[in-house]
Design a protein around this ligand. Structure first.
Ligand code: 6DK
Ligand code: ZN
Length: 367
C-alpha cells in the first residue's frame, strides 16, 4: 500500500493575527494574544508528530503545487478571487470575508497552495500513483462558499479538488464526507443543486455557522437529496459518531455509488477541543477512518483522499491525526498518552437522544 501525504512548511506560516478568535480590540477588552485559536502551530505539531513517530518514513510525500486561477474559478467567483489577491498584497493582509478570518500579506499564496495540496493528492489517488492519502493542508476550506470565505477558510479546498476530479479527471460522481465538528456549509452551498457531488456533513448542531446544517437542508432541483446533514447534539462521542457513520453515512454512500470519496477531516469534534463540545477520541477517529476506508474499498476500488479542515487542541490534534494515518497504513490502533483520561469520560456510550437525532437523519427522504 502506498499512502500519500501532503505537508508544506508554508502552511505553518499562515498569519492568523494577534486576536484569539475575533481581532484584538483594546476598546472592547479583547487583548492581543500570541496564538489565535486557529494558529497553524496545531497543524505543524501534527506534522512534527508524524515525523518523529516514524510514520513519515512510511508515507509517500506528495508535493503541493499552488492551485491555478482556473482551478480556483471552477468553484469560486472571479470577484472573490480578485478580492483575496488584492487584500493579500496589502502590508497587513486582509480577511477571508466574515471579519474573523484574518490572513497576512501573502495569504493568497498560502491559500492557493492549500487548495493545490488537495488537488495533487486527488490527482494521485485517481491515477493510482498512490492508494490513498492525507493532505495536511492549511488554511482550511469547508466554510468558503462560491462568493466568499468565512470561518478561517479562504478557498474551499475540498470542492476545488472535487471539481478538478470531475472536470479534469473526468469522474462523474464524487462524495464528500465531512466530520469536522462544524457544518460544511460552503461545500454544501457549492454543490447544492448538483447531483454529481454528494455532500454529507456530521456536525455539532448549530455550533458554527450560527444558522445552518439543519436536517431539512437536502439540496435543490436536480441536487435534491444529494446534500445530507447529520446534526448531532453536544457531548456526542465515539459511539454517536460511529453510529451516525453506520446508520446514515455508509448507506448514503452505497446508494450514491461514488467513484471517489473525499473526507473533510477536522479534529475539532475531539474531546479536548476548545471550539466545540463533542467527545470524540483518537480511537473514535480511527474507527471512523476504518469505516470510510472499507466502504471505499467496497464501492470505488479504494479511491479515497483525506483533506484537513479544523482542529484546535494543540495538545490532542496530533494524536487524532496520527490515529487516522495509522489506519491508512493498516496499523492497529494504539492508545496515546491522553487515552487514560479521554477514554473514561463516557463518550463511548450511545445515549438515547443521540440515537434519536441519528435516526431522524437516517429517515430523511432518500435521494
Ligand atoms: N465564530 C472550521 O474548524 C472553522 O470548521 C471553525 C470556525 C469557528 C468560528 C468560531 C465561532 C462565530 C460564532 C458565532 C458568530 C460569529 C462567529 F473551517 C474549519 F477550520 F475547518 O464560533
Ligand atoms: Zn471546524
Amino acid at each position: 500500500m502506498t499512502i500519500g501525504y501532503v505537508w508544506n512548511t508554508v502552511y505553518g506560516w499562515a498569519d492568523t493575527g494577534s486576536g484569539s478568535l475575533f481581532p484584538a480590540d483594546a476598546t472592547t477588552g479583547l487583548q492581543p494574544i500570541g496564538h489565535h485559536l486557529a494558529h497553524p502551530d496545531t497543524k505543524r505539531r501534527f506534522h512534527e508528530l508524524v515525523a518523529v513517530s516514524g510514520l513519515l518514513d512510511r508515507l509517500r510525500p506528495v508535493r503541493a503545487v499552488p492551485a491555478t486561477e482556473a482551478d480556483i474559478l471552477r468553484v469560486h467567483t472571479a470577484e472573490h478571487l480578485a478580492r483575496i489577491k488584492e487584500e493579500s498584497l496589502l502590508p497587513k493582509g486582509g480577511d477571508a470575508g466574515d471579519g474573523c478570518s484574518p490572513f497576512g500579506r501573502g495569504g493568497y499564496e498560502i491559500a492557493a497552495l492549500s487548495a493545490g495540496g488537495a488537488i495533487q493528492l486527488v490527482d494521485q489517488v485517481v491515477s493510482r500513483t498512490i492508494d490513498t492519502g492525507y493532505a495536511l493542508v492549511n488554511p482550511p476550506g469547508h466554510h468558503a462558499y462560491r462568493a466568499g470565505g468565512m470561518g478561517f477558510c479562504i478557498f474551499n479546498n475540498i470542492s476545488i479538488a472535487a471539481a478538478y476530479a470531475k472536470d479534469v479527471l473526468g469522474l462523474e460522481r464524487v462524495a464528500v464526507v465531512d466530520w469536522d465538528v462544524h457544518h460544511g456549509n460552503g461545500t454544501q452551498e457549492i454543490w447544492y443543486s448538483d447531483p454529481s457531488v454528494l455532500t454529507v456533513s456530521l456536525h455539532q448542531h448549530l455550533c458554527f455557522p450560527p444558522n445552518s446544517g439543519y436536517l431539512e437542508e437536502r439540496g435543490t432541483g436536480a441536487g435534491e437529496g444529494f446534500s445530507i446533514n447529520i446534526p448531532l447534539p453536544p457531548a456526542s462521542g465515539d459511539a454517536a459518531y460511529v453510529h451516525a457513520m453506520d446508520e446514515v453515512v455508509l448507506p448514503a454512500l452505497r446508494e450514491f455509488r461514488p467513484e471517489l470519496i473525499l473526507v473533510a477531516s477536522g479534529f475539532d469534534a475531539s474531546i479536548m477541543d476548545p471550539l466545540a463540545r463533542q467527545m470524540v477520541t483518537s480511537a473514535g477517529f480511527a474507527r471512523l477512518t476504518r469505516r470510510v476506508l472499507d466502504v471505499a474499498a467496497e464501492l470505488c476500488e479504494g479511491r479515497i483522499a483525506f483533506v484537513q479542515e479544523g482542529g484546535y487542541s494543540p495538545h490532542y490534534v496530533p494524536f487524532c491525526g496520527l490515529a487516522v494515518l495509522r489506519e491508512l497504513l493498516g496499523d492497529p490502533y494504539e492508545p496515546d498518552p491522553y487515552s487514560p483520561i479521554v477514554s473514561t469520560q463516557g463518550g463511548d456510550v450511545l445515549l438515547d437522544h443521540e440515537a434519536e437525532a441519528i435516526q431522524a437523519a437516517a429517515h430523511a427522504p432518500a435521494m
